[in-house]
Design a protein around this ligand. Structure first.
Ligand SMILES: NC(=O)c1ccc[n+]([C@@H]2O[C@H](COP(=O)([O-])OP(=O)(O)OC[C@H]3O[C@@H](n4cnc5c(N)ncnc54)[C@H](OP(=O)(O)O)[C@@H]3O)[C@@H](O)[C@H]2O)c1
Length: 255
């Protein structure tokens, strides 16, 4: 898409409105900062109330943005999520971009598959559906959803996470097909390893990137209207080749 000079990429108005669900996500915040560039925007950070969320709000406010926090926790019923979207529209006026960055590798000490599926697919998919509905009613907008390279290359070590991301990725691409004719586009972002608190304690991995790398790729992809974004881009062809190799023949850490 093209943006008028001075406007952030991916938005249609002079003072863009952005909702970040997973309001304290390091990747999500990098995307918001990058999309707003040197301009100012109206931003809603939706998340679990926390010091981290307050710090994120204050950081964006210091850059000159009009920021507010709204509560969001995975498991909220659809009606509550729709209310979040309405409250966001009240703050932003028009909502140009919704970024969904909710996710976890570790849903808690005694949490099982149910919690991982809830956090990595049920919650984000519920928000994605409500967001697309709201953006379609508005007549335009972009949805950006963080999935993972694991959506295309599931790994046994993170089986529930991979299955959840795979389902979320499929769902969002389906939403995109349905929403395009109504002026709305949806994008899945499939990063490999990104240096955030989410990977604290994990051993180093090749092709690890920073949140700003993800943000730059999202910005570029919003401009070109792509539906699937790999970070780094080389992961796309790597995944395509690896998927031709039977799982049992892949290196152990890629199974
Ligand atoms: N970092 C990586 O290597 C990597 C790679 C591929 C994909 N991703 C995906 O990228 C997205 C952002 O991750 P990140 O690296 O930026 O990590 P992050 O900073 O930990 O962000 C994750 C976000 O999810 C939120 N969240 C987790 N459980 C929640 C729940 N039950 N209810 C509401 N919010 C919840 C967290 O909220 P709190 O602040 O309240 O905890 C946080 O805002 C995630 O979807 C992740 O799966 C990350």
């Amino acid at each position: 898409m093209s943006a008028a000079p001075g406007r952030a990429i991916g938005v249609d108005q002079d003072v863009p409105g952005i909702l970040l669900v997973g309001g304290a996500s390091e990747i999500g915040l990098a995307i918001v900062r990058n999309l707003l560039g040197d301009g100012t925007g109206r931003v809603v950070l939706a998340g679990r109330p926390s010091h981290r969320l307050d710090v994120a709000r204050d950081g964006l406010a210091l850059l000159g943005h009009d920021v507010t926090c709204l509560p969001y926790t995975v498991g909220e019923p659809t009606g509550q999520v729709q209310r979040l979207l309405r409250d966001t529209a009240r703050h932003c006026g028009v909502v140009d971009v919704v970024v969904i960055a909710v996710g976890t590798l570790d849903a808690g000490e005694h949490a099982g598959v149910e919690a991982l599926l809830e956090t990595n697919v049920v919650g984000p998919a519920t928000v994605a559906e409500a967001a697309v509905e709201a953006l379609c009613a508005q007549g335009h907008g972009r949805l950006v959803v963080l999935t993972s390279v694991a959506a295309a290359l599931p790994r046994d070590e993170i089986l529930a996470y991979s299955a959840a991301k795979q389902a979320l990725d499929t769902y969002v691409r389906g939403l995109d097909r349905a929403a395009r004719s109504r002026g709305v586009r949806c994008m899945v972002v499939r990063p490999g390893r990104v240096r955030t608190r989410m990977i604290d304690g994990l051993p180093p991995a090749p092709l690890t990137r920073d949140p700003d790398d993800v943000a730059r790729s999202v910005r570029r992809a919003l401009r070109t209207g792509r539906r699937v974004v790999w970070v780094p881009a080389v992961l796309g062809p790597v995944a395509a080749v690896l998927r031709l190799v039977p799982t049992s023949l892949r290196p152990r850490r890629l199974r």
